[in-house]
Design a protein around this ligand. Structure first.
Ligand SMILES: [Zn+2]
Length: 53
C-alpha cells in the first residue's frame, strides 16, 4: 500500500486499509487507486492484484 498523502509505502494485511500508519490520514479509495497505480510505475511497487480498472 502507498499513502497518497505522504507517499509512504508499507505492507498491509488487509485489502483496503482505512488510514496511513505514518501520517494517520484517511484514504479516499478512488483517488488512492489512481495514485497507487501511478506510484507503482514510479517505484516499481508490486501490486497485490486487487486493483481493478
Ligand atoms: Zn501517509
Amino acid at each position: 500500500m502507498i499513502c497518497n498523502h505522504c507517499t509512504y509505502a508499507w505492507q498491509t494485511r488487509v485489502a483496503s486499509p482505512k488510514s496511513c500508519p505514518r501520517c494517520k490520514r484517511r484514504f479516499d479509495y478512488q483517488e488512492a487507486k489512481i495514485v497507487l497505480r501511478r506510484l507503482s510505475k514510479q517505484f516499481g511497487y508490486r501490486l497485490t492484484g486487487d486493483i481493478d480498472g
